[in-house]
Design a protein around this ligand. Structure first.
Ligand code: CS2
Ligand code: MN
Length: 394
């Protein structure tokens, strides 16, 4: 397992490369967040970023994400220029020796939470998704038609009570939290902007998004094969439809469909235990085991779920998911790949998100990406992995 760390680059991140080195991670996961979606990542820009990372003694292992333009997700208009640009970025990354590419196919939003600073009993805070707050946003702030049908009557009632008692600044904070998953420098929407975005998806159902996803795979996977790149789709977070938009990377059946839609080792999975684990119907260790041969990258984090669909990001070894079982599966897969003499035997992983702990709040970071909290998560997973390896190697 290759220990890695997400970095938002020299302009946007509050955490420096020398600090990342001190966490013990050897790999960096990053993207050229400053480049607008749909434009080419030039070889020069990639090379410059790579040089910066290598000068700090680190290695750029994984791109996260090479973003997919919303028009591709909607299958809108002539997409040939967007696909050509995407393939050019792939070729430029391959030329710079960066071969693992994580991406996601979530319409409009990326990961979604309603609280960025939910308090932990031991001090510090975590990211939380509270069903009634999401319902309040959809029903009373966004006023999305039919939103009530996506929540239980009890959650709707709590949403109404919250909304009626809320101040404008509390509503603004909720909007801000919901927008925070959009990565890096990418634009956030206000209510009107979000309505416009949702309007663009009107009439686009699950089957159509699947068709658009397959088209994307057919456009890029053959090029990935030629270039020796491995693609790995990140699951939806949370793994269910949101804002009435169909999400199609939410469970084992979806993943199976994607991996079959273009059956190639270059078409793989980012195993994100936290995203998948937020739906009680998903069993992350079983998913890891079932798709092990196609996992090119892992996000290892944990969640604790409530019966009403709410969940929060738990300590890495403190939530509902058996992380030891997941690590065991990934190590077994690595052993298999090593025995086959594969160059990609080692699977890069990152602690994904972490709690805000100690002086993290003072430093500030992208929500979910503080220094100390993620270092704790990384260290805990490092301990699990070392323990399992020690037992295996006697
Ligand atoms: C994260 C996301 O939600 C998650 O689990 O890993 O932050 C991830 O950054 C994006 O979906 C992009 O891959
Ligand atoms: Mn993740």
């Amino acid at each position: 397992m290759i220990e890695s760390w997400r970095w938002y680059g020299p302009e946007l991140d509050t955490i420096s490369l020398p600090q990342i080195t001190q966490t013990g991670a050897s790999g960096v996961v990053t993207a050229l967040h400053e480049i607008a979606y749909g434009e080419v990542w030039s070889r020069e820009a990639i090379s410059e970023r790579r040089a910066l990372i290598e000068a700090a003694g680190l290695h750029w292992h994984v791109v996260e994400s090479l973003p997919i333009h919303e028009r591709i997700k909607r299958g809108e208009g002539d997409l040939s220029a967007l696909f050509a640009n995407y393939r050019q970025s792939m070729a430029n990354l391959a030329a710079e020796g960066i071969t693992t590419i994580c991406y996601n196919f979530m319409p409009v939003l990326d990961w979604t939470r309603t609280d960025l600073t939910a308090p932990l009993t031991t001090g510090g805070s975590c990211l939380r998704f509270e069903a009634y707050r999401m319902a309040a946003f959809e029903i009373h702030m966004l006023k999305r038609e039919g939103a009530e049908d996506d929540y239980t009557p009890d959650v709707c009632a709590r949403a109404k009570t919250w909304f009626e008692g809320s101040t404008q600044s509390e509503r603004d904070a909720l909007l801000h939290a919901i927008m925070s998953g959009l990565p890096g420098a990418y634009d956030r929407y206000d209510i009107a902007g979000l309505r416009d975005q949702l309007g663009l998806y009107e009439g686009i159902d699950r089957d159509e998004i699947r068709r658009n996803f397959k088209r994307f795979l057919d456009e890029v996977i053959p090029t990935a094969e030629e270039l020796g790149l491995r693609f790995c789709v990140h699951p939806d977070d949370p793994p269910r439809d949101i804002l009435g938009l169909p999400r199609i990377v939410s469970n084992a059946e979806d993943i199976d469909w994607i991996l079959q839609a273009h059956d190639s080792p270059a078409n793989g999975l980012t195993l994100c235990t936290g995203s998948l684990g937020a739906n009680p119907a998903n069993d992350p260790p079983a998913i890891a085991e079932h798709f092990a041969s196609r996992i090119h990258f892992a996000h290892l984090r944990n969640v604790r779920k409530d019966p009403d669909g709410s969940f929060e990001e738990a300590a890495h070894l403190g939530g509902d998911t058996d992380m030891v079982a997941v690590a065991e599966t990934l190590l077994a897969e690595e052993t298999l790949r090593t025995s086959e003499g594969r160059a990609d035997a080692q699977i890069p992983f990152r602690p994904d998100h972490g709690h805000v702990l100690l002086d993290d709040a003072a430093r500030g970071s992208f929500p979910g990406y503080p220094l100390i909290g993620r270092m704790r998560g990384l260290a805990e997973m490092r301990g699990v992995i070392a323990g399992l390896k020690g037992r295996r190697d006697g």
